[in-house]
Design a protein around this ligand. Sequence first.
Ligand code: ZN
Length: 393
Amino acid sequence: VVRLPGLTLPGLANAHSHAFHRALRGRAQAGPGSFWTWREAMYGVAGSLDPERYFRLARATFAEMALAGITCVGEFHYLHHGPDGRPYDDPTAMAGAVVAAAREAGPRITLLDTLYLTSTVDGGALAGVQRRFGDATVSAWAQRRGRLDPGPGVVVGAAAHSVRAVPADALAALAATVDGPVHVHLSEQPAENEACQRRYGCSPTELLARSGLLRPGTTAVHATHLSTVDIELLGSSGACVCLCPTTERDLADGIGPARALADAGVPLCLGSDSHAVIDLLEEARALELNERLASLERGRFTTGELLTAATLAGHRSLGWPDAGRLAVGARADLVTVRLDSVRTAGGAPDIAAVYSAGAADVTHVVIDGRVVVRDGRHTAVDAAAELAAILPR
Ligand SMILES: [Zn+2]
């Protein structure tokens, strides 16, 4: 008999991750700039990785996720090719590294293999490090993706990077060739909306709808700068929205219309995206606290809604409908949050878990019946030591 003192939740799903962005934490957060200047720093890291280094960085990052109670991750993977844009001898080497990293670190993975064709909405050619992200055509991307042999316990999904990186005809081609989970960055920045209006005469959300991509199984990531029409379109489509509040605040993206989306019928899930923070409980409470800042009202979401976003909705977005709830027949993912820490002592369990606890209060994590974290320690990976070794000061 194993006792799990505290509050045991279903597994937390991190529905939007770029594992290699973890290298930017504690480096790219200070100083002036915007999303676009941050992106230059991110390209610097992307240029420095090969499959071996990518594997080590991703394994440590996924281990940090396991320590935070994340039992499933959606890796939005676009760093496909060698430094000059030429495929590796094994064209799936980078994707394979990410899948192997997750397998060693514990969380189940949905690999969202990403289509990335252009540098601007107007169809600018990929240049510099962006060449590592690009397959020349939709069919070349589909062919490489088809070669992935991830083994059991992995979902291979798809992603269109954004309307910046995927032209309308390619969005439609992707929609026609893929079933299963499809993720896409949507309206993270006003500049993307403006460029889309100039090129196509519509918003990015309307472009996805025209392309056949707004449908059940699709997850729109960020959805920060939306019109009323966009929100209605998303609400009637069956698509899900993944908000990434800690990244959106770090990158000065803005606050997305979370309550309006939920009221329109859009399921909401959560991701740590750039990994400025890896803490799904923090993402969950940020959903409500951002709403309070924007609306000047409290209680916009119930704790139940916030926990559903962090668990069940994220798993559904990633193609794991049998996870994210504690029930007979569901996957044995268990996340225990201590209620006797200096942060959580004295609180009601559900309120303390959402509003007071953090990743440091996660003591035990079981993934598919396997103990991955015991007494706050990862059973296989020393994530802090690994990160310090890979990312020397
Ligand atoms: Zn992202």
